[in-house]
Design a protein around this ligand. Structure first.
Ligand SMILES: [Zn+2]
Length: 395
């Protein structure tokens, strides 16, 4: 591949540049918090389901949290959030949590109290905790290493408004935190089913941040067109419905890995949303979680620092299994063929009710209780995917 090497950014880092060859042999760290347990956006919202708590419980049950690996996420203070977010918006968000309601003015101005971004009891503290984890991750990675923070990945948040279930934008804050720690060149890779409009808003014109997104075409937020290249370092690949493991392997090997390698990043941030998996109720892609595991494993050696965030994912079993598996992959654990009883019990204990109706539990196929790894979902490599990749390769 003959991609041009973007020059070293002209903008000086805020502090001394971190060592280019930082040691990265320390065990990966997992940033979690109990604030996610029992927190819900409301009975009718896709984010009424447990997600991070399932991951934490699964990796504990599997014996995958060694001494010192769990890091409790701090809650970011408004002063830290102001690194990207508007002070008036942060005030409005905190006031909405305290009051439990918003005015029409605030709803229109800041996108709070809408169907997507409802008023709920932890509506400031929960996203501020995810943001605090991402900011901390940037600091902890100064000298290298790998971190998984499944509560992060809220890639739609805008400076002055909530957007697409995201009240704050922790990936942006993670990148700014890395930069403040002296990390110069950052590759952001996003394999969520939705385009990261908030992150692109922040860095589309910043040549020190390589941005690659693979997302479903014709789906909200309808940004991320193939020909939107930012300052030349933005690679958007919209993919058709039914996008399968074969196609993702092709995208990985022809787009993601060569572009990241050529960029020579000092850090890679992966938004590892779980909503491109076949069972997700909000999108129409057809990956197995093997696609995600393989991308995590392949990106890890490409930079001395690796931050894996969560993101979308609205089927509670596929989300929990996928992100627990990501942690296993980061640690080099073999994923078990059959989960031990304690881990199966966690998955069997999840209830997924339709819009709060107790009468209509959605029950998954049995393998979502008994395994972490999906059966592969190979398929045809369609012309639409091939042709669009060729367009991006030719840039
Ligand atoms: Zn998504």
């Amino acid at each position: 591949m003959t991609s041009p090497q973007p020059p070293v950014p002209a903008r000086a880092p805020a502090t001394a540049r971190a060592p280019a060859t930082a040691p990265n042999s320390a065990a990966p760290r997992y940033i979690g918090s109990e604030i996610y347990r029992g927190s819900s956006y409301g009975a009718w919202h896709p984010l009424r389901i447990p997600r991070v708590s399932t991951v934490t419980d699964l990796i504990r049950a599997l014996g995958w949290l060694g001494p010192g690996q769990f890091v409790s996420s701090p809650r970011a203070k408004p002063a830290a959030l102001r690194a990207w977010h508007d002070p008036d918006y942060l005030d409005a968000l905190q006031r909405a949590e305290t009051a439990g309601q918003v005015s029409d003015v605030i709803r229109v101005r800041h996108g709070l109290g809408t169907g997507s971004n409802p008023v709920y009891p932890e509506m400031f503290r929960r996203p501020a905790t995810a943001a605090g984890g991402s900011i901390l991750a940037g600091q902890l990675l100064r000298h290298g290493g790998a971190i998984h923070s499944p509560g992060g990945g809220t890639h739609h948040g805008m400076p002055d408004r909530a957007n697409g279930f995201c009240y704050l934008n922790d990936p942006v804050l993670a990148i700014l935190s890395l930069r403040a720690a002296g990390v110069g060149r950052i590759a952001y890779v996003d394999i969520d089913a939705h385009h990261p409009d908030g992150v692109e808003h922040a860095f589309a014109d910043d040549i020190s941040v390589l941005m690659i997104s693979v997302h479903e075409e014709d789906r909200w937020p309808r940004t991320g067109a193939l020909d939107h290249a930012g300052a030349g370092q933005v690679f958007n690949l919209p993919v058709p419905r039914g996008f399968n493991d074969t196609e993702m392997a092709h995208v990985r090997d022809r787009l993601i890995l060569p572009r990241v390698a050529a960029f020579r990043p000092d850090a890679v941030v992966l938004q590892c949303g779980a909503d491109a998996v076949a069972e997700d109720p909000l999108s129409r892609l057809a990956l197995s979680n093997n696609a995600h595991f393989q991308i995590v494993a392949a990106l890890r050696p490409l930079s001395p620092r690796f931050l894996v965030l969560g993101g979308g994912g609205y089927n509670p079993w596929t989300v929990g299994r996928l992100w627990a598996g990501v942690w296993g992959v980061l640690n080099g654990h073999a994923l078990p063929g059959l989960l031990p009883p304690a881990a199966q019990a966690i998955l069997r204990g999840i209830r997924w009710e339709r819009g709060g109706g107790a009468s209509a539990h959605r029950l998954p196929p049995a393998q979502l209780f008994t395994t972490l790894r999906d059966a592969p979902r190979p398929g045809e490599l369609r012309a639409a995917v091939r042709d669009r990749l060729a367009r991006l390769e030719s840039r």
